[in-house]
Design a protein around this ligand. Sequence first.
Ligand code: NGQ
Ligand code: ZN
Length: 459
Amino acid sequence: MSDARTFHLESALLPDGWRHSVRVEVAPSGDIESVTPDAVADADGAEVVGGPAVPGMPNVHSHAFQRAMAGLAEAGAAGADFWSWREVMYRFANRMGPEALEAVAGQLFVEMLKAGYTAVGEFHYLHHQPDGSPHDEAARLSLSVLATASRVGIGLTHLPVLYARAGFGQTNARTEQRRFVNSVESWRAIITACGLASREMPNARVGAALHSLRAVPPDMLHQALEGLDESMPRHLHAAEQVAEVEECLAATGARPVAWLLDEVGVDPRWCLVHATHIDEAEVVALARSGAVVGLCPTTEANLGDGVFPLDAFVAAGGRFGVGSDSNVTVTPSAELCCLEYGQRLTTRRRVRAGGGEAGTRHAGAELWKAGLAGGAQALGRPIGAIAPGCRADLIVLDAAHPSLTGRVGDELIDSWLFASHESPVRHVMVGGEWVVRDGHHRLEAEILESYRETLAGWR
Ligand code: NGQ
Ligand code: ZN
């Protein structure tokens, strides 16, 4: 087609494996139109791209505002835990206005792109003013996130979050949680406003999120799901802390994931974030449901959550994606490395994600491919593969980087995930547009400047 742009990739990870001399045609919409391996370079004026290309990683779970506090909850008493971290987090959550959120999310989204994430699921619960009263435009803060993602050029599945109460058995939210709270109706109105805004954004869509079984009572959860657009991704935090499993058992007679499977009927549209504490029956049932588990290994380590039983879950056919969550780490390679290391430390074996005959499958490459498939499913967008019909979202590695030199095919991803202390990501494309060239984002200097101005003096 005449308006399509054509790229000639030196080598690329396609759905059927690594291929050389790959011609990729991208439609003006940003969708890939055709992919042709073993093509002749510059036969048709294509832009020649040196270095190995892989699909960009979807980031299934982020709270953008938490980037501003990363590292500031590391001082505490010996009893510091998830719940005491949450108190520090609430202080930041209540300082964020629209401009600050745009500055912080802008910096974060640039960092994500430079690290190899090409799309993000923003699990967004900062809706109102700190006293709980709505902004003049009820979706104001959501619209800030949508506009920032569009300006920076990262793919976005925006997930407005329903939040109602402080915990099991409570009827109200705490003072610090007031700005998170909506009725089902006011939450739907925010989703609708975001849906309208995202129509003008080729790399964005809207999904639905329920904060957790702690924060959304069962009746309200059922009501929220009724009449929800059938195709929408549905995200929810589940079973991250032992205390919440115990409280859920006491309140409902079931563990959180078992309750969801039995009472809600979790299916492939669902992404259960964390799902850390699940028993053997839940492992199998959750894997069979076809839902994605959104694993956030560096945040889960940072918060002292526990280790998800990935070995058993994958053996049962389970699907997973990775998320940067609290954004203490904003690097897909580190997230996947930490995920694999959690399994190695608990099983005392190696190459857990490879899992095949010795030497036949590469842990790093298997993790990357699984993260692409699970991430695309969880974000509900056509991403995660260099293939016709998918968005042209890809990253190009620096083959001359000391950690990658001499590596070919899957060894490139292994060496990146397990043995690189600097990022080998060189170029990044989202929806057919280069958003990072030679390691730099076009807007990085001005975005960093406003991030610095925003954070000056914050504690
Ligand atoms: C969140 N973060 O919503 O930001 C949560 C903490 C909560 C993680 N769970 C708040 N990692 O779960 O109540
Ligand atoms: Zn979260």
